[in-house]
Ligand binder design. Structure first.
Ligand code: SIN
Ligand code: FE2
Length: 213
């Protein structure tokens, strides 16, 4: 079934435990989503944050919504203000909220009410090492992840860092949902290959929606 025909229910469950894969779920909104990200980045620019250990992350980040995920020498946390401007993060566009709630429902999580989105920008070579999303208050809410632009390999591990991750190819418009027993599973992104996408240029964008506060 082609993604253009919309989300196919049969594609929901992969062999990857705990992960709902919604191929092309956001494909019809791709251009609007990329436009919205560019507008958000005017107000809260992408920046490469430093890990608590002092290393610059290879993906550039910004946020929208009630809080933003930040990392610096003091650690990882959610902050209500953008440390670059001292201002609140830009509001989450309605388009984002509705997409995330709809994807969560399709992935088995009704009533997901995300209060923020972390927006990652990967240029070729950028990656996200295996990690768990642990800084949110409410682990009963799932994570909804939307891929835009250049393709990438998503790494899907388990509860232990030692679990060998499976590799899942992600294209622009694909959406992932994980929660419940898989909420704290390790995940990451392999280094993004060089390329050019008609909407994003030489970059992959990823929106991750969370219930953070
Ligand atoms: C993340 O885990 O925050 C990002 C995952 C991705 O870029 O797909
Ligand atoms: Fe993550």
């Amino acid at each position: 079934m082609s993604p253009q025909n919309g989300f196919a229910r049969l594609d929901l469950f992969t062999t990857l435990p705990g992960l709902a894969v919604l191929p092309g779920f956001a494909l019809d909104k791709e251009a609007d989503l990329v436009r919205a990200v560019k507008a958000l980045a005017q107000a809260a620019p992408f920046r490469r944050m430093k890990t608590p250990g002092g290393r610059e992350m290879s993906a550039a980040m910004t946020n929208c919504g009630a809080a933003g995920w930040v990392s610096d020498a003091k650690g990882y946390r959610y902050a209500r203000q953008d440390p670059l401007s001292g201002q609140p993060w830009p509001e989450m566009p309605v388009l984002f909220y509705e997409l995330a709630a709809g994807a969560a429902a399709a992935g088995g999580f009704a009533d997901f009410q995300p209060d923020m989105a972390l927006i990652n920008r990967y240029e070729p070579g950028a990656k996200m090492t295996l990690h768990q999303d642990l800084d949110e208050q409410d682990f009963s809410a799932p994570i909804v992840s939307v891929s835009l632009g250049l393709p990438a390999i998503f790494l899907w591990g388990g509860l232990s860092r030692a679990d060998k991750p499976a590799r899942l190819h992600l294209n622009s418009g694909d959406v992932l949902v994980w929660g419940g027993k898989a909420r704290k599973f390790f995940h990451g992104i392999a280094p993004v290959k060089a390329g050019v996408h008609e909407l994003t240029g030489a970059a992959r964008l990823n929106l991750t929606f969370r219930r953070a506060l």
